[in-house]
Design a binder for this molecule. Structure first.
Ligand code: RIB
Ligand code: CA
Length: 315
């Protein structure tokens, strides 16, 4: 990491795993300066993702964080949500009071455009934890900002793990494949955290116990969110815990050495309903198409959870 904290905008559809990612970012001021958090429709509708984003900021003790509402539906396709994983509120597990901190009046897409035009070029990283609707909409509405983005680090897609919402498509890409196509064709340097790596970051009993053992409200919340969130994947995959997807994005910014991947070409299926939202990842370099993404394949899971626990203990 360079000396100065990395300036980021988080785009998110909380979601319990988004929540842990946001807590990690807010607990790491020496590494990350969060300029704003933008909710997008995804795991649950926008009215809930924007509420949940504010709940998470208050849990982190940062009610002054600017939270924006972005797009309430994908660019072309109808919204697909995932209450079957995240529960009706999107943060099911513990009882959570409504937030009292305000939602910003400005639309989240306008915040992205305004921030990228104001800040020096190549100094802002976009961290996408949900469907890419807000980022792609900003690129379409203001093409001049695309070249100003330092990097986009996103959770989405899959190659060896293929899909989790269809046999070949991962949820964030599947919900808005047109948006993903715009982002993956944009030329902005991409770091992709696909299911290939997130499925190696499992919330085992010992790891959840470590969160609970922090004895803090954030530690308890993370443990209770995980207890709820993991039931679906444990049943589906028969695994010891569930993949903690979105915190991989933030952890990469803090300790990239925990992750391994390769620069490859990744394109998005937007034509066939059968394979809609598939990330066609040229892992073996057979197409000759230009590399547009650092596609992450593995993680030091113990190191990842140690970082998560150590940082969340600070809140
Ligand atoms: O497929 C996993 C992704 O979809 C995660 O970002 C999760 O929060 C959901 O948005
Ligand atoms: Ca998410």
């Amino acid at each position: 990491m360079s000396d100065a904290p990395r300036k980021i905008i988080i785009d998110t559809d909380p979601g319990q795993d988004d929540a842990v990612a946001i807590l990690l970012a807010l607990a790491s001021p020496e590494d990350i300066e969060v300029l704003g958090i933008i909710a997008v429709a995804g795991n649950v509708p926008l009215d809930l993702t924007q509420r949940n984003a504010r709940i998470i900021c208050e849990l982190a003790g940062q009610p002054g964080m600017r939270v924006f509402a972005g797009c309430d539906r994908p660019m072309v396709r109808p919204l697909v949500t995932a209450e079957y994983v995240h529960g009706k509120t999107g943060l099911d597990g513990p009882q959570m009071a409504d937030p009292t901190m305000p939602l910003q009046d400005q639309h989240g897409v306008d915040f992205i455009i305004e921030t990228l035009r104001r800040e020096p070029a190549q100094t802002i990283t976009l961290c996408a934890l949900g469907p890419l609707t807000n980022i792609a909409t900003a690129m379409e509405r203001a093409p001049d900002i695309t070249g100003r983005i330092q990097q986009i680090v996103l959770m989405g897609g899959g190659y060896f793990e293929q899909g989790n919402v269809t046999p070949v498509a991962e949820f964030n890409i599947y919900v808005d494949p047109q948006a993903a196509d715009i982002v993956f064709r944009s030329g902005v340097p991409l770091v992709v955290m696909p299911l290939d790596v997130t499925h190696k970051a499992l919330t085992t009993g010992a790891r959840v116990k470590a969160f609970r053992a922090l004895g803090t409200e954030p530690g308890r919340m993370v443990a209770e969110w995980t207890d709820f969130f993991e039931r679906f994947d444990k049943q589906k995959y028969g695994s010891d815990g569930a993949p903690l997807h979105d915190p991989c994005v933030i952890a990469w910014l803090i300790r990239p050495e925990l992750f391994q991947g390769r620069k490859i070409n990744v394109e998005i299926e937007t034509q066939s309903e059968l394979t809609m939202g598939m990330t066609v990842a040229d892992w073996w370099g057979v197409t000759g198409r230009p590399s547009n993404a650092l596609f992450i394949g593995s993680v030091d899971a113990d190191g990842f959870f140690a970082l998560l626990t150590e940082r969340i203990a600070r809140l």
